[in-house]
Each structure stands twice: as C-alpha cells, then as structure tokens.
Design a protein around this ligand. Structure first.
Ligand code: FMN
Length: 195
C-alpha cells in the first residue's frame, strides 16, 4: 500500500474508533446513574411531558409522552412508555431494539408542543424544529438539544388487552379514543446522560 493511502486508512480507522462511543459527551452530556442521580419526582415526571424517540440512522421519529413509569422489573432498572396504535412513532418502536426518553428545558416547551400535536407522517418534525439528531453507541436516536437522555433496551412490548381491564378508567378512556389502544414498552435502562 502506498504511504499516502495507508495514512488515509489509518486516520479513518482512528476517527471511527473515537467518534460514536463518545458522542453524548461531545454534545455536552455527562453520563449518570439513574438509581443515584435521577432527582425528578417519578410520579410527576412523565405528566410534565417528555420526548420518546426510536429509529435508526436512516430514519427516526419522536413524539411527546405524558404517560410512563419508572421502577424495577426482572431485577433491572426499568422505564415503561405507552404508545397508541395510530402514532407514527409506534412503527419505529415496533422495529426498535432500543428507545430514548428525553427531557427538555421549559424554554424548549415548543418542542414538546410540536412533537405532541404533529405527526412525523406529515414531515420531519425534528427538522422543522431545528433539532439535531445524534445517536448513542447502540445507534439509538436522541436530540442534542435535550437536557437529559435515558436510553432503554426493550424487554417487553404488547398492546393492552381490553378483556383484562379491571376498572372503568381504561374502559371509559378507550370508548372514545380514535388513536387506538396503547401498547406498553418496558425498557431496561442501559444508559443515561444529562447536561
Ligand atoms: C403532553 C402530551 C402528552 C402525550 N402523551 C402521549 C402518550 O403518553 N402516549 C401516546 O401515545 N401519545 C401521547 N401524546 C400524543 C402524541 O405525542 C401525538 O399524537 C403525536 O403527534 C404523535 O406523533 P407521531 O405520529 O409522529 O408519532 C401526547 C401528546 C401531548 C401533547
């Protein structure tokens, strides 16, 4: 191999080795342990609205979520999200191995409003908002403008089965809910970063 092409190949290998694994830190995030340094009120956090993203480097989508759960399952730190049947994001969640849940500053509330009222089927929402998509080492999408990113590996995914609804709360909810029944996605928290 000629000297110049050897150096080019060597530089490309070095770039590949350095870039993806440290992408979060490059974007101003610091890794943290959710069991130690997650200081939000878990009963309120989802109700305040967060962002859920899934997909890959070719195509991804995100939507606002107001329902979710934080806890433990099967000996793992877990995070559960609920996605209605008609959401475009569901198509990405059903193909995904991982998803991210992101928090945004209150000054960024237009992000959560837009992501929660427009569908990615009608256009690239991240692009419309000027958000920058980046990827974890697992290839999971997140936005560099988020203040916190929690990456989860999906352990369980299934739609609710109405025959098991035990109270009027879900029955009333779905009696008039055009977006369809929700699926639950229980994810093992595998990484978390905050600014
Ligand atoms: C505050 C807020 C919370 C929401 N929470 C959820 C939720 O937990 N699950 C869900 O399926 N949809 C929820 N939505 C609705 C979706 O975010 C919304 O339908 C979105 O446009 C779907 O986008 P998509 O079609 O690109 O997936 C919420 C919307 C808002 C504004």
């Amino acid at each position: 191999m000629q000297k110049r092409s050897f150096i080019t190949v060597l530089m490309a290998i070095m770039m590949m080795a350095v870039t993806p694994a440290f992408a979060q830190e490059d974007n101003g995030f610091k890794k943290f342990d959710v069991k130690v340094d997650f200081t939000e009120n878990g009963f309120q956090w989802f109700q305040d609205a967060e962002l859920l993203a899934a997909g890959d480097k070719k195509k991804s989508n995100a939507m606002t979520i107001g329902w979710g759960g934080i806890g433990t399952l099967w000996g793992r730190t877990a995070l559960t999200v609920y996605v209605a049947e008609k959401r475009y994001t569901k198509e990405f969640m059903d193909k995904a191995e991982y998803f991210t849940v992101m928090a945004f500053d209150v000054e960024q509330s237009k992000v959560l409003n837009y992501m929660g009222t427009k569908s990615g089927r009608d256009g690239d929402k991240a692009k419309a908002l000027g958000l920058h998509t980046a990827y974890t080492a697992n290839g999971t999408p997140y936005y560099t403008e988020a203040t916190m990113v929690i990456e989860c590996k999906i352990m369980y995914a299934a739609p609710f089965d109405p025959q098991y609804f035990k109270s009027d709360v879900p029955k009333r909810m779905y009696a008039n809910f055009p977006a369809g029944i929700h699926s639950m996605y229980i994810g093992e928290v595998v990484n978390a970063w905050k600014k």
